[in-house]
Design a protein around this ligand. Structure first.
Ligand code: PGA
Length: 245
């Protein structure tokens, strides 16, 4: 695991964008899993800008979502699907054939999980996964206490996630369950990038990277990844003791 501490959010975002773009340049048919959320928003915009201005071919890439709120349509601008479409897929003119995202309104959630796992498997596994970290240490909707052994699965959301998740929605929204890639997907990816910024993430970054790996802190599993990069800004790194870079 390599830890890169950047000065601020913009520098963290630029570094993350470069990892995404370099992955695509090195492997034009890469399969990428890019998390939704406030943390990666600027990184994706910068990546899209660079891809478009340098005319990098993304027509053979595949994209999968990390997670989705159950019961929320992807027309809702608080959904993960809406975020990915507007921040990344539309600016890059990514076609529907290149994308597989969780449908939060699916009737058969088990089948939805199976279809995601099959898409990832059929496309050779995930080459790059970019994830954020929740204030409770979750990755995607892999909440504290989750098994490290799951592929896609449905979860009951943690109380912190239900509360913090309100920030994505215009009005108070009932958030009870989520559908998510599992930590097994993260571990099996060829490269994993964990990003975080701001003082609100300092404690969980410290607990995830300085302490022993524990299901109580799902993001700590990144320590076991063969090719992991943690990109944080100085605020998120402010409690970090393991300053490897
Ligand atoms: P954020 O979410 O990027 O909006 O902070 C991170 C997460 O909950 O995984």
């Amino acid at each position: 695991m390599q830890i890169i501490i950047e000065k601020d959010y913009e520098a963290m975002s630029r570094r993350t964008a470069d990892v995404i773009v370099d992955t695509i340049i090195n492997n034009p048919s890469a399969t990428l899993c890019l998390a939704a959320g406030d943390t990666p928003r600027l990184a994706y915009s910068l990546a899209a800008k660079r891809i478009n201005s340098e005319q990098i071919d993304v027509t053979s890439c595949k994209f999968v979502s990390l997670d989705e709120w159950i019961g929320i349509s992807d027309n809702n601008d608080g959904s993960c699907g809406y975020f990915l479409r507007t921040v990344l897929f539309d600016p890059l003119r990514i076609t529907n054939q290149q994308v597989h995202v969780f449908d939060g309104l699916a009737n058969n959630l088990l089948a939805e999980c199976g279809a995601m796992d099959e898409f990832i498997f059929n496309n050779g596994g995930i080459d790059l996964i970019v994830v954020g970290i929740g204030r409770n240490g979750h990755v995607g909707f892999n909440e504290p206490g989750v098994s490290f052994d799951h592929y896609s699965h449905v979860v009951e959301l943690d109380a912190t996630t239900k509360t913090v998740g309100q920030k994505y929605f215009r009005e108070t929204t009932a958030l009870n369950q989520g559908i998510t890639l599992g930590l097994k997907h993260l571990l099996e990816s060829r490269q994993a990038v964990l990003i975080a910024n701001g003082t609100a993430k300092a404690e969980v970054i410290h607990l995830s990277l300085d302490e022993e790996i524990s299901t109580a802190m799902p993001a700590s599993i990144i320590q076991n990844h063969q090719n992991a990069l943690v990109i944080v800004d100085e605020e998120a790194a402010s409690l970090l003791k393991t300053r490897r870079s």
